[in-house]
Design a protein around this ligand. Sequence first.
Ligand code: SAM
Ligand code: FES
Length: 346
Amino acid sequence: MDTIKLIEKLGQEHILEKEEYIYLITSCQKEETELLFEKARSLRETYYQKEVFSRGLIEFTNYCKNNCLYCGIRSRNTKAERYRLSKEEILSCADEGYQLGFRTFVLQGGEDNFYSTEEIGSLVSEIKKRYSDCAVTLSVGEREHEAYQYWHDCGADRYLLRHETATKEHYEKLHPPALSFEHRIQCLYDLKAIGYQVGAGFMVGSPYQTAEYLANDLLFLKKLMPDMVGIGPFIAQKDSPFAGFPNGTLEQTLLLLAIIRLTLPNVLLPSTTALGTIHPKGRELGILAGANVVMPNLSPVSVRKKYELYDNKICTGEESAQCLGCLSNRMDSIGYQLVSKRGDRV
Ligand code: SAM
Ligand code: FES
């Protein structure tokens, strides 16, 4: 196989055979990567020009009933200092975000049954009522079809649920037996059928991941056709069972961002905080590899450090306005503009 030919093929056909994805992931050399990034950027600019969309992330609870082996807020982590934001606190984060120019709010949290389906629905309706020009995204894990439908009826526009890995045997190495691979995948199809704009995704360099598993992820994404794909490097969390595993790398994350852009040309693709955590210019490099979204934090500074999914997470001491200013400068520095828009997929 020839890497350059594979890049050309991916650029034209937007899909490769599994073996070809594996070859690309394992054999792409530095100059070839540059070509891949160039193609990814140019495709991204066809749809989104030089604009970068932002989503205001409100991490409203770090209680979680699950015990994913990689995650810092897993239920068994007795060292995590738990917090929950009240409805008023969440709404005041959204108010501040709106003033700052955010037109999408993401309500994210652990799987925390303290908030009933109705309470989450009423939060969504209240934000939509106050800010009808904004999109509301939920990211609160696996629920039944009924709850997803209810929240959609309340006005939720989007839902983020990373599939984590499209390979069942890998899924079972990252999660305890209580969590089911089939259920997670079913949730994604349910969300799509209900009419949400859906975000799937995975960690790059998670324990036991192979190039074949990554190829499975790419083929799964091509089949699901999500509106958004969230990927970021796995970063070990010191109190988790995966504390001793190496972090995912900048290079592999950038490579996958570009491959995803070429596989799903108009997808919404965030350059994540995790990428900014493993490299000081990680988020800028992510945009230069084809990403078009950033997700700054709108949670109160007093709780930010506590939503530590992984070690050394950035932006936990900065006010929302500071982060926005900083990100905006960062985007300017590479010739892109952070814009105040809902940022729907074109
Ligand atoms: N509970 C919701 C869910 O399960 O989708 C949303 C919150 S969950 C903590 C958000 C994402 O954080 C996960 O989908 C996972 O990919 C990512 N994450 C968790 N631990 C991580 C780690 N150690 N390194 C990098 N990403 C991590
Ligand atoms: Fe948060 Fe730079 S984006 S401080």
